[in-house]
Design a binder for this molecule. Sequence first.
Ligand code: NAD
Length: 252
Amino acid sequence: MNKELRAQLESTTQHFKPSTKITILTGAGMSAESGIPTFRGKGGLWEKYDPEECATAEAMRERPWRVWEMHDELRQVLARHKPNPGHFAIAQLEELFENLVVITQNVDNYHQDAGSTRVLEMHGNAWRVRCTAEDRSWMDKTVPYPKLPPKCQCGADLRPDVVFFNEQLDRDVLNSAFGETVKADVFLVIGTSYVVVPAAYLPLMAKENGAVLININTEPTDIAAFADISILGRAGEILPKLVKMLKGKFGI
Ligand code: NAD
């Protein structure tokens, strides 16, 4: 580990006590090392589909097969890959700090697959489906679907239970995310670009409510301007190092 990174991680650990309230916000960069490309970084799936065209309420009404074509392929990609050491490090943090919640913009379920139990999914979950006629949703890991679009038992089309581009976020999830943000002593922002709202509001909201703001990203982002500590690097490399240092600090 280079000197600068060691110094940054050491100053980060100063802010952690076992009773510290920790809120972690993750974006697509969190899963990049799992092999799931970010939208802005493009590559793979997003060369073939424009999510802003295939993931809208209008597309779901007018071209449900097209929405599902992209979504079914996304599910196949997710099934072929798995959580990376960064996801596992966050799950380990939950064992060290009982007051820890993850707010994720990702739909891949990798935090839960790695063992995190307190996860707020701001943009839904790619493995959950919702009936377009009845108000009910459930996890369905069928992949690939034999016929698109998949149907509910009632005969109506199913839709992916993710938030489409022009849709509102779930009010309860959003309120919980705001609540976890304003209560935070330490707010960690990992692999998110500070562009997608309302998630982008959360870091500043945390800071204004007294949290220490720590940012981990491979690129400089606007969050760096007001973060207390900004670490340039890959989540899958930095987070296991942070956990190791914290375990050392707590004598575990
Ligand atoms: P985003 O706006 O959150 O940007 C990704 C950020 O991650 C960038 O700032 C990039 O510099 C950073 N990054 C890339 N690799 C990294 C790494 N290894 N470690 C740390 N940081 C890294 O995300 P987006 O791609 O513009 O997508 C917007 C939304 O689309 C997301 O918020 C999410 O809802 C959805 N999305 C989800 C997934 C998924 O579920 N895995 C993947 C792509 C997009």
